[in-house]
Design a protein around this ligand. Structure first.
Ligand SMILES: C=CC1=C(C)c2cc3[nH]c(cc4nc(cc5[nH]c(cc1n2)c(C)c5CCC(=O)O)C(CCC(=O)O)=C4C)c(C)c3C=C
Ligand SMILES: [Fe+2]
Ligand SMILES: [Fe+2]
Length: 356
């Protein structure tokens, strides 16, 4: 029998409600939106906004949107993450336990650790991979903090390592570039390719500026070298677009491309330009008839890509005079994305356990 690995792999994604019933949406949104790294306001104000202004209305609205994109097997985000786990497990072999945990909802990060320990009671090390290419308070940071909480409380003897944001990792850039390529080749009549990233409040970018004097201080800050970029979500988004553009040679195509930010919630200023306004502007002011949209802040398709862009974004674009919007799927469970994950895991496993 093959020797059991001392290292386990935990992939962590954002999570989904258990079903598209409003009651399940309420449970999920409460956990999600009371995270102080998602709504980073003083606790009493956050609680007032979540309990008093969001939870009385949003669950019903969101439930209708989730119902439109729900698959027979469940939430697309969960189903796709499970497919990634199954494929990675096959690549690494059964002696390396691989599990998933969701930052919000089920299975939780704690359930992910428990599953690994059940599969391999002698486990010494866990490699946690937050499934977010770009660092933000609401992405890599909250996953690391939650995993630390579980680890130190329940499994303090484990050695736990974390994968940092990987927006500039060549294997990720290749997986992203190749996920876009067939769509821009098939639709060679597009006028524009939009890179739509999940938005965050500008305040969160400034809070993670380790220099205290760089982020959003001048218009082009993200293109001016700074140590602040280690934790600058906007910089890492714009670099993701730049990397993909270089990989795909977008500067020599017939269509234009740009970046935008979706899903604004609340009244505070968020990163701009906003995707919904940008789609209307492209149709009305640029005369764009056909656009393609990719969403590289997401590893797996989810409500934000399938409903917000694929359904609502398309409606907005057509209403503003466009003909068609092509939604480009995320890297999901593509072989090149599994290659990247396998490679990162391989760097950590003992030489004898590595795949040759
Ligand atoms: C204050 C609000 C939010 C911040 C900040 C935020 C950051 C953020 N989120 C993702 C990735 C995902 N978000 C998803 C859904 C979602 N996000 C918010 C709010 C904030 N996100 C809400 C209210 C929702 C629920 C959608 C709804 O009710 O309409 C999802 C999809 C989950 C799914 O089940 O499909 C993802 C993924 C990132 C990457 C990010 C910061 C960069
Ligand atoms: Fe979100
Ligand atoms: Fe920046």
């Amino acid at each position: 029998m093959e020797k059991q690995s001392k290292t386990g792999i935990l992939l962590v994604n954002l999570g989904s409600p258990d079903s598209y019933e409003p009651a399940d949406l309420k449970v999920y949104l409460r956990e999600f939106l009371t995270d102080k790294r998602v709504i980073d306001l003083p606790t009493p104000l956050r609680k007032f906004i979540v309990e008093g202004m969001i939870l009385p209305f949003r669950p019903k609205e969101s439930a209708e949107a989730y119902e439109l994109i729900w698959w027979d097997e469940g939430s697309p985000l969960i189903v796709i993450t499970q497919r990634v786990i199954d494929k990675l497990q096959k690549r690494l072999g059964d002696h390396v336990p691989v599990s998933m945990g969701m930052r919000y909802g089920n299975p939780s990060i704690e359930a992910g650790f428990d599953d690994l320990m059940e599969k391999s009671p002698d486990l010494e090390e866990v490699f946690v991979i937050p499934l977010y290419p770009q660092y933000a308070m609401a992405t890599t940071e909250t996953v690391i903090e939650k995993a630390k909480e579980v680890w130190l409380e329940k499994y303090p003897n484990l050695n736990v390592k974390f994968k940092e944001a990987f927006y500039d990792d060549p294997l990720y850039v290749k997986a992203l570039g190749e996920s876009i390529k067939p769509y821009i080749e098939e639709h060679d009549d597009i006028d524009h390719l939009l890179f739509s990233y999940h938005g965050v409040p500008e305040r969160q970018i400034k809070k993670r500026d380790i220099t205290g004097d760089h982020c959003l201080k001048c218009e082009d800050c993200c293109n001016v070298n700074s140590p602040a970029h280690t934790f600058c979500y906007r910089h890492q988004d714009l670099m993701t677009t730049k990397n993909a553009a270089e990989y795909l040679d977008l500067d020599n195509k017939k269509f234009t491309y740009s970046s935008s930010f979706q899903s604004k919630l609340g009244i505070d200023p968020w990163l701009t330009p906003a995707t919904d306004a940008e789609l209307v502007r492209l149709a009305e002011e640029e005369g764009a008839k056909k656009v393609a949209v990719c969403c590289p802040a997401f590893i797996s398709d989810c409500i934000e890509t399938l409903e917000e862009i694929g359904i609502r974004g398309k409606e907005d674009f057509v209403e503003a005079g466009g003909d068609d919007l092509i939604l480009i799927p995320c890297v999901n469970d593509s072989d090149l994305w599994i290659d990247a994950l396998e490679n990162w895991c391989g760097e950590l496993l003992e030489p004898a356990e590595q795949i040759t």
